[in-house]
Ligand binder design. Structure first.
Ligand SMILES: NC(=O)c1ccc[n+]([C@@H]2O[C@H](COP(=O)([O-])OP(=O)(O)OC[C@H]3O[C@@H](n4cnc5c(N)ncnc54)[C@H](OP(=O)(O)O)[C@@H]3O)[C@@H](O)[C@H]2O)c1
Length: 270
């Protein structure tokens, strides 16, 4: 199989997570990076600071767009100018939380530009990402297969049938690591407030979340069964869950938070 060439545009928190995941995978793609502040690139990756620095030998199979949605139009307009004819032989893979395939294609100067929209998450940096992927009608099967292969190199990929579905992916996977990190922060603080030292509290909470993730990933049981296995009748867990499971707590707050993320993704489209 030939090694694909990527132009990774924006190598911040998400682009950087993908880059780390790719370079640590068994068969890394060839990566050119466009980022104005990235200090060091891994061996084999070339950094350009501005679109104008991109050299004529860069002929990407896929351009991975990982800048903020507000900067996408200006960036694609510059890339269109710099890459010229090369823009006709590449596909665009956006990781952005906003901006439709149609809009991105028009900013590339080609209504028939093959655009793949994805919603990855930062656990991609350790090969444990979860990515939703939508391919617009102009994407060939070979380009879609390549996009899926690339994202599978950094974790789980789910193709969604409608572009609109990506909003739900944002709410339950793209943004969701932050919810779990917040839970970790709060649990670590509780551990300390209730008498453990910081190191012990951190080690226990991180070990617990790692173990839960590994069980959910590896075991066939559904989450509800795994939860019930922890919950002894009239025991400590039941006491704690009786707080979380009150109608006005997690059952209301989790969907409310998801709706807020979805609403914000609509605003980022404009
Ligand atoms: N963070 C996440 O967990 C996550 C998850 C899924 C999807 N996303 C999506 O990923 C995209 C990037 O988010 P992020 O959190 O990675 O943002 P970020 O950390 O700000 O990364 C963007 C990078 O691109 C650089 N950049 C922007 N415009 C540039 C230009 N014209 N020339 C050169 N470099 C440029 C930025 O440099 P400066 O800082 O100097 O501008 C920065 O290093 C967003 O669209 C977001 O919706 C993020």
């Amino acid at each position: 199989m030939t090694i694909p060439t990527l132009l990774l545009v924006g190598c911040g928190k998400m682009g950087g997570a993908l880059m780390r995941g790719w370079v640590s995978s068994p068969t890394p793609p060839r990566i050119f990076i466009l980022d104005r502040k990235l200090q060091d690139a891994p061996a084999g990756c070339t950094i350009f600071r501005t679109p104008e620095e991109i050299t004529p030998d860069v002929k990407p199979d896929i351009i991975v767009l990982a800048v903020k949605p507000a900067g996408a139009e200006a960036m694609l307009s510059s890339l269109k100018t710099v890459l010229g004819e090369r823009m006709n032989h590449t596909a665009l893979l956006s990781v952005m939380a906003g901006k439709s395939c149609e809009k991105l294609a028009s900013w590339c100067g080609r209504a028939d530009m093959p655009v793949i929209r994805t919603m990855p998450n930062t656990p991609s940096c350790v090969g444990a990402g979860a990515t939703g992927l939508y391919a617009s009608p102009h994407v060939s099967q070979a380009q879609k297969d390549l996009a899926i292969r690339l994202m599978e190199q950094v974790g789980t990929v789910v193709s969604v049938p409608h572009e609109e579905d990506l909003r739900t992916v944002i709410a339950i996977a793209g943004s969701a690591p932050a919810y779990v990190f917040y839970l970790a922060e709060l649990l670590e603080k509780v551990g300390q407030d209730f008498g453990l030292d910081a190191h012990a509290s951190r080690a226990l909470v991180r070990g617990m979340i790692y173990g839960v993730g590994k069980m959910l990933h590896e075991l066939p049981e559904d989450a509800e069964t795994l939860r019930k296995n922890v919950t002894s009748p009239n025991g400590t867990t039941a006491a704690a869950l009786s707080v979380f499971m009150k109608e006005e707590h997690w059952p209301r707050l989790i969907p409310e938070a998801a709706k807020a993320a979805i609403k914000r993704s609509r605003e980022l489209d404009d």
